[in-house]
Design a protein around this ligand. Sequence first.
Ligand code: AMP
Length: 269
Amino acid sequence: MKILKNVFELNKAVKNYKNIGFVPTMGGIHKGHESLINISQRKNKETIVSIFVNPTQFNQKKDFNNYPRNINKDIRILRKLKVSYLFLPDVNEIYKKKMKNFRLKKTDKILCAKFRKGHFEGVLNVMNRLLSIIKSRQVFMGEKDFQQYILIKRILGKKYKVDIIGCPTIRENNHVALSTRNKLLNKSAIKTASKIAKKLSKLKKLSLSQTNELINLSKYKNVFKKKFKIKIDYLEFRDEKKLKLNNFKSNFRIFIAYYINGVRLIDNF
Ligand code: AMP
């Protein structure tokens, strides 16, 4: 695996992006990232992974500072997976060029965009920069971060004419979606997260087998709040295409964001 720390090294190592899949990450590589890499490797000859903890998408400095990082372990895992290239830039390398900032439309200010002000503007900003540097035709992103996947596909997929490919969420045996932030949870928080994931997965199944309107998610929001003593940002049914609320005519998912032990987790079912 070639480790490339700047655009100069990258351009020297990669001349032609045909058949190179791209998997952007913030590191703390886990089985969720590994599954994106496996899918990219099945569809491409080579795969480039980036690790960059992007400061502009964190709306709290403390959250950015506490974000789990373990670059040596990440490199070991990526080598084992036979990743061809690791792009490992620093903040200056990514942000030295002046580029246009993104603004979200009013209709996009839902779910995490409503509760994490500036978050997706930061995500779009960094992905815009990464896609201007890494010219792969296929980019692999997790459905775990469904709203991120949809926004990048709609806004940057068009601009760069790249295929943004959504990949299924990988879960632990206890049903909790893998996430770098899980490292910040204690045992009891993991137990709670597992109970919530199991319940929501059941509710999703139930919602497919009966009239969805019968499932009152705001009731469950209150039940979860009281039972697990968690703060919930949102618990909503939205469709997969436009993320419209309670649209049961298209494929839909249950979306949740909540705080447990002061750690914000998101998931969808
Ligand atoms: P992150 O490092 O958290 O920014 O994630 C990098 C990519 O991995 C994003 O496209 C995420 O959606 C994806 N990802 C994170 N967790 C999972 C998971 N449990 N299953 C599938 N993809 C994931």
